[in-house]
Design a protein around this ligand. Sequence first.
Ligand SMILES: [Zn+2]
Length: 423
Amino acid sequence: MSTVLKNASFINWETLRFSKTHIHIGEGEDGGLDFYNDFNKVPVSPTDEVIDCKGKLVTKSFAIPHHHAYSVLARGMPAPEKAPANFLEILKYIWWNLDKALDKDMIEASALATAMASAKAGSTFVIDHHASPDYIKGSLNVIARAFEKVGVSHLLCYEITDRDGREKAREGLEETEDYLSKNQGLVGLHASFTVGDETLKKASELMRKTSSGIHIHVAEDKVDQELCLQNHGKRVVERLSDFGVLDSSKTILAHCLHVNDNERQLIKNSAAFVVQNTESNLNNNVGYFNGEGLGERIMLGTDGMHSDMFRTAKAAYFVGQANDDIDFLSAYKRFRKVHHYLNTNNFKGDGENNLLVLDYDSPTEINEENFLGHFIFGLTSNHVQHVISDGKLIVKDRYIQTVNEEEVLNFTKEQAKRLWEKL
Ligand SMILES: [Zn+2]
């Protein structure tokens, strides 16, 4: 079964050119697209889904380059006994407490809820960074199957760290190697300050052995730099560079807030990509991202805060007015950079047959000259009506087609309750 979008106003995501067209969408990773001027020439078979897109906008769907599905069950949970006073305490009292309580069902519920929320907000690809120290082995498969059930493509990793001792670090490395032998994915590391030299060496060796990249938090808070200087006599990006982490174009450096000029230069001259996570940085009160000197490979992520890339782009633009050199076009470029990352590295699941249909009730005209103004001030995830992932219609009229939303949300509420009781 194929999907046909009739009478579409198609926006090319790279050139922002608008065209009136009918689109025949092939299913599968290499399904592709065909455009027709004349609807009578579209090869429609009786089983095809034909959607009339008159007055609607059609464009490439989105991808989230830094997410934590496991954090989704935290929404509304009880506050920690002691209020965190800084970033390290936020990790200790909230996130490292929560991730230790995760079991298989909770991980599955988190992944299902995240995939549904991502799809409904227009994203068909999620790059996730996962931690569950008491359920490491097999955790990535649980997430992969849940994402696939919903129809969201993925690039997963397990967060390897020494924060719970060498044995857990070894389990994390094993889970990674096992998963990468059968799936596309990355080698995850928590952050420089929780990873000793031995584990960092093993992770970078695994990265080279599997031709993968490292996905790691970098200088999110000043404490990462302070501990690096104290324990290793160098700065975080210098340390990662010394271990060859920056050599892979698959490497993702999340945050990069507290990096000096030399580190910016190292990143710019490397193959690695950076992910800015504005709302998470505001929430943790760790500082502001500034893209100066980092080069062009900057993407926008949600960092587990939510799964809405429209929100992320607006936050980057508004917060960037005082703290960054960002305009409509550079905000949009960062928002879309993830497709270059996925494409350059030949990852599957972000081909041209990933699309969304926007039902945008604008009070003013939208065209190729003023699209970016609408992107920042008008368009939101509320306008996402249909979503096509690898050629398959996974969201229709704002409802997920692949799983029963109500059943999934009942399951996630049950698992959230169990999780909160364990905290
Ligand atoms: Zn993160």
